[in-house]
Design a protein. Structure first.
Length: 84
């Protein structure tokens, strides 16, 4: 044991080393377990925090514009595209 290192520092280093080894072992086990399972399990168990997805696209809505509204929109598009 080096003379300039206290017993508390040696104990702290040993605890950190053991925690690191335990973390690496745990992470390795979790990763191996996730790789060993078939991918069909993931598809059969969807994430519960997300809303279910639609099987069909959403309904498309449209509104008929009057001729005056069409002219106003065309004028707005011309005004906004003049700078380009």
């Amino acid at each position: 044991m080096p003379e300039h290192v206290s017993i508390l520092q040696l104990t702290g280093a040993a605890v950190l080393a053991l925690a690191t080894v335990a973390w690496v072992v745990g992470l390795t086990r979790v990763l191996r377990r996730s790789l060993a399972e078939p991918t069909a399990w993931h598809a059969a168990h969807p994430l519960h925090g997300l809303p279910p997805q639609r099987a069909t696209p959403p309904h498309v809505e449209s509104v008929e514009l009057t001729p005056a509204e069409r002219d106003a929109f065309a004028g707005l598009v011309r005004q906004l595209s003049d700078g380009r």
